[in-house]
Each structure stands twice: as structure tokens, then as C-alpha cells.
Ligand binder design. Structure first.
Ligand code: GUN
Length: 287
């Protein structure tokens, strides 16, 4: 079997086009321009790349982009003061603090200082609680993007066995909540799970979000399963830096029914969902 490629790049472009239409409508009918503020503390190279592409795509869909780049040794008090200003700014509808933060900063404290209605990452404790109890919330962008790809491919996910490998607050846990919300039977596994290959072999839907290059191999996959690869791992090969996922693509594609590539799968969906969440936040604020 050779798997269908789930083209996140193409899907994300369609989502962004819809977001752009919505932005035009908000400008024309409500005289409001959705605004997204992104806060980056320090010089982590991967974070700099993400923030740059978020800013570019924010402007491309017609929204206002506010970038705040702070020194790596910024104090917690200064960061909290900036977030308080963004919370109070009527031109800012969405706030994203790029993670990871330098270790002297308390990420939970910082994230929970964001106004939950502007928390377009869906990381604030009240959005986490709303999602966990099936209430209307801001939904974290990467799991939301994965869910959109899955719904697009399967239609209905009800009753399918879903295995999420990874238990992070950013991806694994909210992904499991979303799949449960779509009536999947959900298992959360992780790097310490006993007999991980056997757990994965039971999955109709396998989401790999564990942060280990090419860990999930073809013989871990049930024939015909849908494989969503959230990993973005930078490896050196032949003197060049290459991006690879958490799934060993070549072996997995021989067994899976459908698979996301890296790059060009989940990554573009994450940013498209961030822009969609910013429009949602704007609509709720001007509702
Ligand atoms: N770092 C890696 N992924 C994310 C994300 O989705 N949001 C934020 N704020 N930081 C991240």
C-alpha cells in the first residue's frame, strides 16, 4: 500500500483564504481590523523562524501584526507589564507568547496573565478547562489543525481508535480532548509507555507528537491507518540540516492509508488555525 498524502500546505492555503475573506468583512461591515500580537523573548533560532512566518502570514490575510521582541534576560515583571498593556489594547484581539520561554520565567504564570478571550493559543487555564469539559473555548492551534485534516479525510471520526503519542500541554493533551469530543476511543501514550509499538498498532488514527526524529516506523502502524506527524526535528545529514517528523516517513507510507508529510503537513495548518482563532476572538469581542 502507498498512502494518500494529506497536503497540509494546500489545505492551510484554503483556510487562510477563508480567513482573509472574513477579515475583509470585519473591516467593511464592522470597521475593525483583527490584530495579533506575538511576543518573543530571547533568540531561540526555531522560535525566530516561526515568529517571522506568523507575522508575514498575519499581514497577508489583512490583519494587523504587532511583534514584540524582548531580550533573553527580560524580567518577569516587564513581561507581565507588556501582557497587561496588550490585554487592555483594543487593537489587539489575539496574544501569543512564543514558547519555550527562557528558564528564569514562569511559563504558567505568564500564560495565565493573558486575557483568556485574547488567548489565541488556547493555553490559558480557563481555556484548557473549557476544552476539557466540552465547552466553547479557544482551541490550541496544532491539535485543531490536525483535527481539521482528520475530519477532511475521514468525514466522521466516531468510534475510531485514536492513539496520541505525546502528552504535552501544547499538543498531546488537547489533541486527545478533541478526538474524544469527536467520539474516538482515545489512548494517550508517550516515550515511557510499555510496548509502544503494540499500542500504536491498534490505532486507526495515530498522532505522533513526541519530539523524537523518525521514532514511529512502518511496522508500528496498522495497515490503512491515518498517520498525523506533528514532529519537527532538525537533523544533520550529509552536512545539511534537514527537517524530519516523529514518523519514519518512507516505511510508514508503505503501510498507512493516509499520512501527513514533514514539512508541508501539520506545520502550515498550525499557523492557519492561529489566524482563524484571531478572527474568532475578534468576532467574539465585536459580537
Ligand atoms: N512553541 C511551539 N509551538 C507553539 C505554539 O503553538 N504556540 C506557542 N505560543 N509557542 C509554541
Amino acid at each position: 500500500m502507498t498512502a494518500t498524502i494529506l497536503d497540509g500546505k494546500e489545505f492551510a492555503a484554503r483556510v487562510r483564504a477563508k480567513v482573509a475573506d472574513h477579515v475583509t468583512l470585519l473591516k467593511e461591515k464592522h470597521s475593525v481590523t483583527p490584530g495579533l500580537a506575538v511576543v518573543l523573548v530571547g533568540e531561540d533560532p526555531a522560535s525566530q523562524v516561526y515568529v517571522r512566518s506568523k507575522g508575514k502570514l498575519t499581514v497577508e490575510v489583512g490583519m494587523a501584526s504587532f511583534e514584540h521582541k524582548l531580550d533573553a534576560d527580560t524580567s518577569e515583571a516587564d513581561l507581565l507589564a507588556l501582557i497587561a498593556r496588550l490585554n487592555a489594547d483594543p487593537e489587539v484581539h489575539g496574544i501569543l507568547v512564543q514558547l519555550p520561554l527562557p528558564s528564569h520565567l514562569d511559563s504558567d504564570l505568564v500564560i495565565n496573565s493573558i486575557d483568556p478571550s485574547k488567548d489565541v493559543d488556547g493555553f490559558h487555564i480557563s481555556n484548557v478547562g473549557l476544552l476539557g469539559t466540552g465547552q466553547k473555548s479557544m482551541v490550541p492551534c496544532t491539535p485543531l489543525g490536525c483535527l481539521m485534516l482528520l475530519r477532511d479525510h475521514h468525514g466522521n471520526l466516531s468510534g475510531l481508535n485514536a492513539v496520541v503519542v505525546g502528552r504535552s500541554n501544547i499538543v498531546g493533551k488537547p489533541m486527545a480532548q478533541l478526538l474524544l469530543g469527536d467520539s474516538c476511543t482515545v489512548t494517550i501514550a508517550h516515550s515511557r509507555s510499555k510496548d509502544l509499538p503494540a499500542i500504536c498498532q491498534g490505532a486507526d488514527i495515530l498522532v505522533a507528537a513526541v519530539g523524537r526524529a523518525a521514532m514511529v516506523r512502518g511496522d508500528w502502524i496498522k495497515p490503512g491507518a491515518t498517520v498525523i506527524d506533528v514532529g519537527i526535528n532538525r537533523i544533520e545529514r550529509d552536512g545539511k540540516t534537514k527537517l524530519v517528523g516523529d514518523v519514519h516517513f518512507d516505511s510508514a507510507a508503505q503501510v498507512a492509508g493516509a499520512i501527513t508529510p514533514v514539512p508541508g503537513g501539520v506545520g502550515p495548518m498550525t499557523i492557519a488555525c492561529l489566524l482563524a482563532n484571531t478572527v474568532t476572538a475578534t468576532c467574539r469581542a465585536h459580537g
